[in-house]
Design a protein around this ligand. Structure first.
Ligand code: HEM
Length: 158
């Protein structure tokens, strides 16, 4: 029982740091960088700042995923994956998968190069695209957080 409580603490701390970071990038950093003059290469500046968050985000993603899987196992909750009422468990897992693929596969292999190339041609259009992507990820994450807190404390959504 205590191990489960510790796993829950690690899980929630991971979520706070991770989704909090995404919220800061989306609502503060990107709008600020979009107001910089073009000769400072705003896309490169944004990438330099966000890269500092990338290592943190990778470690936190691993910790959140591992503690989440430990919780599923410890609570004997595998069969919840078969029920629609536990949509929030699917949402958490889907958000985790999306970020894991983005951070560990797409960003280092494809996105970094593509955004740099596009950023040289059209810096503000590229930043607008990056910001739309961040809004989408932040919205999905917040829906998952709201669903998880409600669902794991007995709220039924329909
Ligand atoms: C592999 C990925 C994940 C798995 C397997 C997982 C699994 C779990 C489980 C089993 C619980 C406890 C449910 C209960 O007590 O009935 C939980 C709680 C929670 N999870 Fe996840 N999770 C994952 C990723 C995420 C992500 C990405 C987020 C954020 C977007 C998240 C946010 C939360 C929150 C906020 C709680 C509620 C804690 C509470 O109020 O007690 N989880 N998770």
């Amino acid at each position: 029982m205590e191990a489960l409580a510790v796993a829950r603490i690690i899980h929630v701390l991971g979520v706070v740091l991770w989704i909090g970071g995404v919220a800061l990038v989306t609502t503060v950093l990107l709008p600020a960088v979009r107001s910089f003059p073009e000769d400072e290469n705003p896309v490169e500046l944004f990438e330099r700042i966000e890269r500092r968050f990338a290592l943190q985000a990778r470690i936190i993603t691993l910790l959140t995923g591992m503690s989440g899987l430990y919780l599923v196992h410890g609570l004997g909750a595998w069969r919840r994956y078969l029920s629609v009422e536990s949509w929030w468990l699917h949402a958490m897992t889907a958000v985790w998968l999306i970020f894991t693929i983005l951070l560990f596969v797409l960003e280092p292999r494809v996105l970094h190069r593509k955004l740099r190339e596009r950023g040289e041609r059209d810096p503000y259009g590229t930043l607008a695209l990056i910001q739309r992507g961040h809004w989408l990820l932040l919205s999905l994450s917040l829906i998952a957080v709201a669903g998880a807190v409600g669902g794991s404390h007995g709220l039924t959504f329909w």
